[in-house]
Design a protein around this ligand. Structure first.
Ligand code: C2E
Ligand code: MG
Ligand code: MG
Length: 574
């Protein structure tokens, strides 16, 4: 052997690689105590590595082999290099399954065995070469339910996402876990358990239909992908339909069995842009359902990836930060690309954290929107922003400053009043203030939204619809709301120079806006190519790293003094 790297070191540097293998890997000491398992082994058996490490492989033993079988295996291992063969094991959920197992004994220099390394493959994934005319082993489908297995599902989901991306449609992933299924296995036996699983699979797959995909991922876990949905509400309604199917008791061997399920939902592209991430996030949402009383389905949100104690610490820190007034605005200019003048700016909150420095909104906005803390933060930022803009106005810069208003803030009864007070207090004329509101904030209660917007318009404030194109974007309600501007979402600008569909969409938004008398702002312009396109479409307001990143107030003032960089500028983002 050429390698002189110590085995432990080799193994630890291989861990990352092992975790990406589809073969399960298990390492035990000479007493069969498990020291390491990789990700695939956990997935195959349904146990977590914490549950396995310190145990012996007995934990996955099925009752399909005699004690002599194991005895003979151990004997071979003691005397020979390794053992190879097929073995029936049992998953955590009780289900037995067949695996190809190779065990190698690792010996020290004196020839003493020091560790055993087991490599598991599911049959069908084996190395057997196919004879001409012979079909592949039928392991694409789960033998019990006939549903596609995980790998097949992931491949097909990948294709679905590719299509959805080009058609600009959404896809929902539902991760379904049956509740208390273990009890059925334990109390009624695996035969009944298997029969119940089959019934559930049949019911679900009938409802899912041919156009969409359902897979059995493991024991009592099913995953569904739904293409061409409009949004979260439709996915949630579908989850409720599946849950309703389980309300009727299932009958098996004259037993009436009531089953429930927990469903977590993620949406492409909102909750991830690839199959693995979407499935993982749907699974996270499913786990949250299990932890939450009285809830059977939930949509994923990014905060779910934080654990509870992190969340509580963060929430406390934020409450403290609000009192200490640690939230402050940065400003990013908006530029008229034809005259190269600064037309205005967007105020973007930063958390000036005493230890961590400037924390961007992505780290805390989601949580504060959920618990309502965005309301005091929003007013803190609005007040500070108005103060700055008033100063600049006094210095001769007459700018329309945009400030973001979160849905929760928009929904507050006294919104118009409080904003009027802030304008009074800071002395900023209403025409120098623009509010950015997302479509999501308006669609829930349109009568309320129209009333609020009218109140703001009466003060003389401009309204921009933020992240336009990502939400519900229907012409009919655009006409209903008294808005002035559309801010085209960055996701369309980003790929526009490479993607015909995105650039047509941007064109369509600008044109549609124009017919309705609305201005358009292109947000997220980073490249000269992107700038050229939106200029060609006649867009007169550009915001993006091409001109400048968001910056602190003093720096923004310096930017105002210097003016927009020369026409052949290479952008300032580098
Ligand atoms: P938004 O309102 O859509 O703001 C635009 C975001 O795009 C900003 O991120 C900005 O830094 C970023 N951006 C601008 N140009 C470019 C570009 O060329 N390339 C790239 N990659 N990014 C660009 P930021 O500051 O991290 O803010 C993120 C979001 O947080 C905002 O999205 C807004 O939804 C929210 N937010 C920020 N400040 C506030 C606030 O005071 N109140 C509320 N409710 N939400 C805020
Ligand atoms: Mg905005
Ligand atoms: Mg935006």
């Amino acid at each position: 052997m050429a390698s002189r790297i110590p085995f432990e070191q080799l193994i630890s540097s291989m861990m990352a690689v092992f975790d990406h293998l589809s073969e399960g890997i298990i390492i035990t000491d000479t007493e069969s105590v498990i020291q390491y398992v990789n990700q695939a082994y956990c997935e195959i058996t349904g146990y977590s590595s914490e549950e396995l490490i310190g145990q012996t492989p007995r934990i996955v033993r099925s009752d399909h082999h005699s004690p002599e079988f194991y005895q003979a295996m151990l004997e071979t291992l003691r005397t020979e290099q390794g053992w190879e063969g097929q073995i029936w094991n049992r998953r955590k959920n009780g289900e037995a399954f067949l695996q190809n197992l190779k065990i190698a004994a690792r010996r020290d220099e004196a020839g003493e065995v020091v560790q055993y390394i087991g490599i598991y493959q599911l049959p069908g994934a084996m190395d057997k070469e196919l004879e001409p005319g012979e079909s592949a082993p039928a392991f694409d489908y789960d033998p019990l339910t006939g549903l596609p297995v995980r790998t097949v599902f992931m491949d097909r989901l990948f294709q679905v996402l590719v299509n959805a991306f080009s058609a600009n449609t959404r896809v929902a992933i539902l991760y379904i876990d049956l509740d208390r299924f273990n009890h059925i296995n334990e109390n009624l036996g695996y035969m009944v358990g298997d029969a119940i699983l089959k019934q559930v699979a049949d019911m679900f797959s009938k409802r899912v239909g041919k156009r969409d995909i359902i897979s059995r991922f493991s024991g009592d876990e099913f995953v569904v992908s739904l293409s061409q949905i409009d949004g979260p509400a439709q996915a949630d309604a579908f989850a409720k339909e599946l849950l309703a199917l389980l309300e009727e008791p299932l009958v098996e061997e004259e037993q009436y069995i009531h089953l429930g399920a927990s469903i977590g939902i993620s949406i492409f592209p909102d909750d991830g842009d690839n199959a693995e991430e979407l499935v993982r996030n749907a699974q996270t949402a499913m786990r949250r359902v299990k932890d939450t009383d009285g809830v059977q389905s939930l949509m994923f949100n990014a905060d779910m990836n934080r654990n509870l104690s992190d969340m509580l610490t963060l929430e406390n820190d934020i409450r403290w930060a609000i009192r200490q007034e640690e939230f402050e605005p940065f400003f990013q200019p908006k530029v008229d690309p034809f005259s190269r003048t600064i037309t205005g700016m967007e105020s973007l909150v930063r958390w000036n954290h005493p230890e961590e420095g400037m924390v961007p909104p992505g780290r805390f906005i989601g949580m504060t929107e959920e618990n309502g803390l965005i309301v005091p933060i929003g007013y803190q930022v609005l007040r500070a922003s108005c103060r700055h803009n008033k100063e600049w106005l006094d210095k001769g810069y007459d700018l329309a400053m945009a400030v973001n208003i979160a849905a929760a803030q928009f929904a507050q009864e006294d919104l118009v009043e409080r904003i009027a007070d802030i304008l009074d207090e800071t002395g900023l004329p209403a025409r120098n203030l623009e509010l950015e509101i997302t479509e999501g904030a308006m669609i829930g209660d349109t009568a309320m939204a129209v009333e609020r917007l009218n109140g703001l318009k009466e003060l003389g404030i401009q309204i921009a619809l933020d992240d336009f194109g990502t939400g519900y974007s229907s012409l009919s309600y655009l006409k209903k709301f008294p808005i002035d501007k559309l801010k085209i979402d960055q996701s369309f600008i980003r790929n526009m120079h490479e993607d015909e569909a995105d650039s047509s969409l941007v064109y369509a938004i600008i044109m549609m806006g124009r017919t309705l008398g609305l201005k358009s702002v292109a947000e997220g312009v980073e490249l000269k190519e992107q700038l050229d396109i939106v200029m060609k479409y006649g867009c007169r307001e550009i915001q993006g790293f091409y001109f400048a990143k968001p910056m602190p107030a003093e720096e923004f003032e310096a930017f105002l003094e210097k003016g927009v960089p020369e026409a052949d500028a290479e952008g300032t983002s580098a």
